[in-house]
Design a binder for this molecule. Structure first.
Ligand code: MN
Length: 203
């Protein structure tokens, strides 16, 4: 459901990013910025699966709706898809303390990801830059599933496009972008008039 007017809650989003390496940028609005983690394999709905989530630099809130092509000379060059979007709620009273302790429990109200999750900092596992890595894990609830959501729902929640289609429309590297789409996500046809596009999903 599309909402206009005052927004309730803090933004949550995932940007699928086909840069030098494919990853999913998991972002939570907090204190005016987007706290960010790069999740190479993307989120899993299976509580038995722990997904590596490397902290990356905070992003401005204005970046939350970005989808398109980052030019080759810029940092993060490649194709960006708004893969999921919604709001989040902390499951603990003190978010700053939870982040400090390295264990943040929260509920997602996204279009693809819902229910209870945790981000937990690991000891030992070092990501890029020598910073401790975190793990993104689904809690058991009615939204837990063994379905691979990255394969089941590979398209943009903003435009219903694949990575390849976003690259095509933005003058990016279509072949490279397509390597980030699951097999069978749809071949890239020449650009159609908007009226022949798949209707935007509204729910
Ligand atoms: Mn990224």
């Amino acid at each position: 459901m599309k909402r206009r007017g005052p927004r309730l809650g803090l933004r949550y989003l995932v940007q699928k990013h086909r840069a030098s390496h494919l990853h999913y940028d998991f972002r939570l609005e907090w204190r005016g910025v987007l706290l960010s983690w790069a999740v190479p394999k993307g989120p899993s709905l299976n509580p038995a699966v722990k997904r590596l989530a490397s902290p990356t630099e905070d992003h401005p809130l204005a970046y939350a709706d970005f989808e398109g092509v980052i030019p080759s000379e810029e940092y993060g060059a490649g194709t960006v898809m708004l893969w999921d979007s919604g709001v989040w709620q902390a499951e603990t009273a003190d978010v700053d303390e939870a982040l400090e302790k390295g264990e943040l429990k929260f509920t997602l109200l996204g279009q693809k990801l819902k229910g209870s999750w945790v981000l937990v900092r690991t000891r030992g596992l070092r990501g890029s830059g020598g910073r401790p890595s975190w793990l993104l894990i689904k809690h058991r609830d009615q939204f837990a599933s063994e379905e691979d959501i990255t394969l089941a729902a590979p398209r943009s929640v903003l435009t219903q496009r694949t990575l390849a289609e976003i690259a095509r429309d933005g003058g990016g590297d279509v072949e490279l972008a397509a390597s980030g789409d699951p097999p069978g996500a749809g071949s890239v046809a020449p650009r159609h008039p908007r009226t022949t596009r798949r209707p935007r999903k509204v729910h």
